[in-house]
Design a protein around this ligand. Structure first.
Ligand SMILES: [Zn+2]
Length: 502
């Protein structure tokens, strides 16, 4: 078709097709399909449309709008791609560029996912105003249509529209101007976190991460955020952290409240991956365990580099690959020896064991020895622990001073504070050698009530400084608190603050 419009930034292809119809004065959906695709049977698809190759061929090369660019910038492909293996991803793209017949939804995992697609189209009213001002017309932004997403990161609550997907509109690409705007959705504090993570995810260009890479990543992740019990994943603690962070209601509404059973997705994501998990499940686990510190894009980047460093594997990675392959008794014994002594001393203690492993598991032996050897060098450097204690304590004090002034700082848990330090791994492992630091950590780390109280007080001061009227709802909203989750002490504090005003 002549003069087919180019998509605006973040515009869905669905929307570009709809605008093409408006520009051309084409009112019949079937004729529009005929004009664009030479095919009246094409289904109007919001998330993972097919026939993208046909659309790409409408543009001249100079625009740089090839099939892959259209898929990665103008569909919801980025929220699925990093979580499925590369092969499946290639298939998915193939289907999207040609004719898919629903195969794309199978390949992406959407069909089997606990997280359901939105059944209506959504908008952000403020964004629409901005679009009108900037471009003279409006379009459907892809972010608004992401499952579970309720907030526009720039403006706030989304509104539902009258446009239902599937059903009678199966073959129509409906322009946003035609939509009747309905009531805004209801949201909770954590919806903002979710929304920021999704916005980040849409920018990631990733070709797929393998199951074994995700497996290694989550083992490493659980270990570095303190969710191991000995050498095992502490599933109970993880479950608690997830519910504490997201709240039961949010998780249930999203369809991913972890059951606590052996087969729950939250347990499975920390085990060997055999199937893919949805973007929402990844976001939920990552944010909760790291207290909002680890972003989804960092996680994808780390996970996709997981196996490439196989020459000199990271300790946790080696651990992961080793446990996967089931160690024999000799290997287990050797590992236990290494926990106590460096490789050389271990060999002297049990030469027969060493010899057996040397014959039967040479590669494994060399790998594990190199890891423990390296660790022991740093330990044997005769660290002056009292001096290290003073130095780290100073760093901790500085980090805390910056953080406690920062209203938007996340929950200052012990783990979070340690992770602000340059030598966090050393500190984490040797806390018993650092008495000053341990004491400071005990003083500085906040429980939930303290965390909420900090937010409340800071917001209160800020509003006073700005000479604003203190209203209960605005105070709560700006402090990011809600009645349901407020602890009793904080509720008391809030009453006091408000009674001072009166
Ligand atoms: Zn907006």
């Amino acid at each position: 078709m002549l003069g087919f419009p180019a998509p605006y930034p973040e515009e869905l292809l669905y929307s570009t097709i709809a605008r093409a119809g408006v520009h051309d004065g084409e009112t019949s959906p079937k004729q529009l399909l005929d004009m664009v695709f030479n095919n009246r049977g094409v289904i109007a698809t919001v998330d993972l449309p097919s026939h993208v190759g046909k659309l790409a061929s409408q543009y001249s090369d100079s625009l740089g709008l090839d099939t892959q660019t259209l898929i990665s910038r103008h569909t919801l492909w980025p929220i699925y791609a990093p979580f499925i293996p590369q092969e499946r991803n290639n298939k998915l793209r193939e289907w999207m560029s040609g004719s898919s017949q629903g195969a794309a939804h199978l390949a992406s995992g959407i069909a089997a996912s606990r997280v359901k697609a939105k059944t209506k189209l959504f908008i952000c009213v403020e964004c629409l105003n901005e679009q009108k001002f900037k471009y003279g017309e409006c379009f459907w932004n892809r972010l608004w249509q992401v499952p579970l997403l309720k907030i526009c990161p720039a403006h706030g609550l989304l509104n539902m529209t009258s446009i239902e997907l599937n059903g009678e509109h199966r073959h129509s690409h409906i322009p946003v101007e035609v939509a009747e705007i309905q009531e805004p959705v209801k949201s909770e504090d954590v919806d903002r976190t979710f929304s920021n993570q999704v916005a980040q995810l849409l920018k990631v260009q990733n070709e797929g991460v393998s199951f074994s890479q995700w497996t290694s990543f989550y083992k490493h992740f659980a270990s570095s955020w303190g969710y191991l019990h000995g050498r095992r994943i502490d599933h109970a603690k993880i479950q608690e952290a997830v519910i504490q962070f997201w709240g039961k209601r949010w998780l249930s509404n999203a369809g991913i409240h972890p059951s606590g059973k052996e087969t729950s997705w939250l347990r499975e994501i920390f085990r060997k991956h055999r199937k893919s998990f949805s973007f929402a499940e990844h976001i939920v686990a990552l944010s909760a365990l790291s207290n909002g510190v680890v972003g989804i894009s960092d996680a994808i980047e780390k996970a996709s580099s997981m196996e490439t460093s196989s020459k000199k594997p990271h300790h946790a990675q080696l651990q992961a690959s080793v446990t996967e392959n089931q160690l024999n008794q000799d290997q287990i014994n050797w590992q236990q020896l290494l926990e106590l002594s460096p490789p050389k001393a271990a060999r002297q203690q049990n030469q027969a064991l060493y010899a057996r492993l040397y014959r039967n598991h040479y590669d494994w032996l060399m790998q594990i020895n190199s890891v423990y050897h390296a660790e022991n060098i740093t330990v044997n450097k005769r660290v002056d622990w009292p001096q290290r204690d003073r130095q780290v304590a100073r760093e901790l004090r500085r980090a805390y001073q910056n953080l406690c002034e920062d209203l938007s700082a996340p929950h200052l848990s012990k783990t979070f504070l340690i992770h602000q330090l340059k030598q966090r791994a050393t500190v984490e492992k040797n806390l018993h050698r650092l008495p000053r630091c341990s004491t400071l950590l005990a003083i500085y780390s906040e429980n939930t009530a303290e965390y909420q109280a900090r937010r409340l007080t800071r917001t209160h001061f800020l509003m006073l400084e700005q000479g604003r009227e203190i209203k209960r709802w605005s105070l709560l909203r700006e402090a990011g608190l809600s009645d349901e989750r407020m602890t009793d002490i904080v509720a008391e504090l809030l009453k006091e603050i408000l009674s001072e005003q009166a």
